[in-house]
Write a protein that binds this ligand. Structure first.
Ligand code: SF4
Ligand code: SF4
Length: 472
């Protein structure tokens, strides 16, 4: 039985509720008066339920779809302005005891080179990341209690935060590791992590069990209930995601929104982010062998409706997607992107992109961080290296109340400009720097509060003279 507040996976992600939702959506996909009501509600910028959002997803009317895209753009602009937060993944270890059939790191994979970074190697990776300008990273590691125990992850986080190279420092470490215990989540919280990210992969229990035949991850309930344990362990910011292509997208979409509703209902705060990965080519993995792949058009539609349904939740897209797909969905809702990424273990030390056989998936967008930053500036976006909320203790409900009050534009916008100025001073090519400075001068005028505008302007001048790390 469906119960949004239940702590049991099969009750808050009820299979029957998802099937009913999809039936309701199918029956109403041409019900224009209902769709109009849903769109009117969406215009209030407070979100939609999984049922309402599923009706929009099922609707194939071209005019309605155009309206959805336009509304998603408006909502994105309202909450996020032109800012795009930058991050990079850091692969610590690809040892893994799970049997996920879509991932080249699975236990019986023969084609993969297994690697685990030592603390010295992590230091060198962090220096390489700091040398190109990153301030926010997401660490990734397979599940392996012998090779990657929680102590290794905690030590690695400590190492990462301790490396300060020239003007560089990593100011926020997000963590993407396997579902674990409340006690371990508490340790991660105490280690000062940003967001805990865990992809559900698929909400469809039967498919989940087929796709995860062996290893601890094969336990659907333990995996699905991980975010509740993380929150119980004190982690305020959690990041959801499904791997689109494993199951029918409409099923995953409803499950994802039900998960977000569950977190809000139980913990008073929804997911901090939703990641949008699609299944990709990798060593020994052929994406065509998964029959639920989605087209770029459907992918864009899903992004737009998620933006409308959970307006306060950040949306992330990685370098798995091409430049053109990334450009399309940036408009529709994506607020965070990776740039200059390496998905190999130890990949940042070598300057040129190189797959040594330890890669998790093929990178499609292989541009350098500077190229991505310049591209964003040319599109009129403000690449942001801001980590202020986390460092000011504005996490969980404190972050959400700031976001819901609309005051974030007096915070995020100046923080984006100040951190971009740091990037331009320390890491940008001269072309990127020239274009970035023009953008900053123009965008300073768009800070609503006169007082904050003045302080931000002064701080930007101080950054030009060598000071660093200002934030609101
Ligand atoms: S998806 Fe994660 S848990 Fe599964 S095999 Fe890959 S690294 Fe291991
Ligand atoms: S001020 Fe907070 S919400 Fe805004 S970009 Fe910075 S960290 Fe993110």
């Amino acid at each position: 039985m469906y119960d949004v507040k239940s702590l049991k996976a099969e009750e808050f992600i009820s299979h029957e509720e998802i099937l009913d939702t999809l039936k309701f959506a199918e029956e109403n996909k041409e019900n224009i008066s209902l769709i109009r009501k849903i769109l009117d509600k969406a215009k209030l910028k407070k979100g939609l339920s999984h049922r309402e959002a599923s009706v929009l997803l099922a609707c194939e009317d071209k005019d309605i779809q155009d309206e959805i895209f336009l509304l998603a753009q408006k909502i994105k602009e309202y909450y996020y302005g032109k800012r795009i937060v930058m991050f990079a993944p850091l692969y610590l270890s690809n040892y893994c005891i799970n049997g996920c059939v879509y991932c080249p790191y699975h236990k019986s994979s023969n084609g993969i080179v297994r690697r685990k970074l030592t603390q010295d190697e992590i230091r060198r990776e962090v220096i390489a990341l700091e040398n190109i300008g990153h301030k926010r990273i997401a660490i990734e590691a397979g599940e392996d209690p012998v090779n990657n125990p929680i102590e290794y992850i905690l030590e690695s986080i400590k190492t990462i935060y301790s490396v300060h190279h020239k003007n560089g420092d990593i100011r926020r470490v997000n963590v993407n590791i396997a579902a674990t215990t409340v006690e371990n989540y508490r340790k991660l919280h105490d280690a000062g992590i940003g967001t805990y990210i865990l992809f559900q992969e698929t909400y469809h229990k039967e498919s989940y069990e087929k796709l995860h035949p062996t290893g601890p991850k094969s336990n659907y309930a333990y995996h699905t209930e991980a975010m509740d344990r993380a929150m119980e362990g004190g982690i305020d910011d959690v990041g959801l995601g499904v791997l689109f292509g494993l199951e029918k997208y409409s099923y995953e979409f409803a499950g994802l929104l039900m998960h977000a509703e569950h977190l809000e209902a139980v913990h008073g705060v929804g997911p901090h982010t939703i990641s949008m990965p699609r299944i990709r080519q990798a060593e020994g993995i052929d994406p065509d062998s998964f029959c639920n792949g989605i087209s770029d058009d459907i992918f864009a539609k899903i992004c737009a409706i998620i933006r409308i349904a959970v307006p306060y939740t950040g949306m992330i897209i990685s370098t798995r997607e091409s430049q053109s797909v990334r450009e399309r969905v940036l408009k529709l809702g994506i607020s965070q992107i990776s740039g200059g990424s390496r998905t190999t273990v130890g990949g940042y030390e070598t300057e040129e992109y190189e797959d040594d056989g330890s890669e998790q998936f093929d990178i499609i967008d292989r541009r350098s961080l500077d190229e991505v930053v310049q591209w964003l500036i040319q599109l009129g976006y403000i690449p942001s290296f801001c980590t202020a909320c986390y460092r000011e203790g504005r996490t969980g409900d404190r972050f959400m109340s700031l976001c819901k009050s609309g005051q974030i534009s007096n915070c995020c916008h100046p923080n984006a400009l100040m951190t971009l100025m740091e990037y331009l001073e320390d890491y940008a090519s001269s072309e990127t720097k020239n274009e970035g400075i023009k953008l900053i001068e123009k965008e300073l005028m768009n800070i609503p509060s006169e007082k904050i505008r003045k302080i931000a302007g002064e701080n930007i001048e101080k950054i030009k003279s060598g000071s660093r790390d200002f934030r609101f």
